[in-house]
Structure formats: C-alpha cells, structure tokens
Design a protein around this ligand. Sequence first.
Ligand code: PEP
Length: 270
Amino acid sequence: MRSVIIAANWKMHTVPAEAAGLAATIAARTADPDVMQVICPPFVALAAVRDALAGTGLAVGAQNVHHETTGAYTGEVSAPMLVGLATWVIVGHSERRRDAGETDELIGRKLQRAWDAGLRPILCVGEQLEDREAGRAEAVVDAQLRGALAEVGAGEDARARFAGLVIAYEPVWAIGTGRNARGADAAAMADAIRATLSRLGVADGGSGVPVLYGGSVTAANIAEFLAEPTIDGALVGGASLKPDEMAGIVGRAAVTARARLAVASGNGVT
Ligand code: PEP
C-alpha cells in the first residue's frame, strides 16, 4: 500500500542556522512513524537540516538538481553532490519551469540523474489557470508526464526506477495564492495521472505511485485532500515554514495513514 507523505518545500527561505532550528522544532512536534515526512530546505541549509533531523525519522530533500552529473555549469548542483546531504529531490517545480525555463525534456534528464544517484524524486506537474478554465488541465498534465518520463520508460531497469517515483500535482494557480483546488478535482487528476503512468508502462497501472496534492495546503484544508483515497499526502510550501501549521497537517496525515492501514489489514470499520 502507498505511504502517506508530507513534503515541505521551504523555497528560498531560511539561512542555515534558522533552518536547523526550524527543522528540529517541526520534527519535535510532528514526528510520526505512520507519516513519511521530507523537509526540502535551500541547498546551503541541507547539511544543517540533515544534522538537525538525525534520528527523528524525517528525511531531507533538495529542491532541484542539475541534469548533468559534472562539468562546466557554474553555480549548479549535481545529483552526486547531493548524496549524503539529501535522500529526496523535488524535480520540475512550476517555479523552476517559470523562472529557469525548465522543459519537460530537461526535467526528464534531471529525473534520470536523481535515480542514478539513488535519490527519490518528487516530480511536480500542474496546469495554468487558463488551461483549467479551457478544460485542458488533464491534457496538460498528461503531456508533462509523457515529456518527462518517456525516456525513463525506455530504460531496461524502468520498473525499478518507476517504483520510487512520487508525483506532486500542483495546479500553478493554487501555488502560493491561498486559492487551493477542490479535493474532488485533485482526486480526478490523480486518476488521470495514474492512467498516464499506466500507458507509460508503470507497473500495476501506476497504483503503487504516491500522488501528492500541492497548492496552498494548510492545516485547515489538508483534510479535504486526504479524504480522497487517491491522494497520498501533500507538497506544502508557505505553511511548511510554520510549526503550528505543520503540526496540524502532519497530525491529520497520521489519522489518515492509520485509517488506511487499518483498512488494508482488514480491521477497518466499513
Ligand atoms: C509549493 O511550494 O510547492 C507549494 C505548493 O507552495 P504553497 O503551499 O505555498 O502554495
């Protein structure tokens, strides 16, 4: 069965000394064996957050990775450089698609580098508001997935690679805006995502791939998403910098995780 995952994207917030304290505070208030938690601080705070989270059960993720492993790429960070600092990495966040012009093909190469280095990737996809209003949301996300994953599917160890994949569905119009999607719409998109993954050759029709929702998630609205059986958690931006919000979000996720575990082991109340 799929894990319940809460991933925190701190974006360009916190200097290393603050990051360590914030990570320790969040871990002390949220650590729960039934929820997989990942904190993704800025690159320069990875070591401090790794040390702060040692022994807590929370994992560390990077927010980006370069599409080559080494070379003349001033200012960039490659996947092998992240080994020992992080075990997860966010790939294809809409802010990088927007600000760094990342294409689906480039994002696919980043995914390959992440997998080669043993990092677990969270691949972000999501439509613009005009796409949703025009009824194109699922087509846009389908194209993003195919663009990023087509090459992966061609590899001979594709099954093993896809096995660690996590998808974050993040409608661009919901990120940092305070305007979250409806749970039912996110759940419909999760079904569409797994249908695309199935067409790309992912084992078991994509049913083993966690799909997270991201976009203005808070302690007040997380329950709407976790009520959807096809949604496995959240990628949280702004609220992830606030320990009270994280306590509420992860607390709710723990309730969901335990309920799903009970159903899976046959003890659920139906
Ligand atoms: C994000 O950073 O991926 C995100 C969803 O941000 P926010 O929660 O602030 O909308």
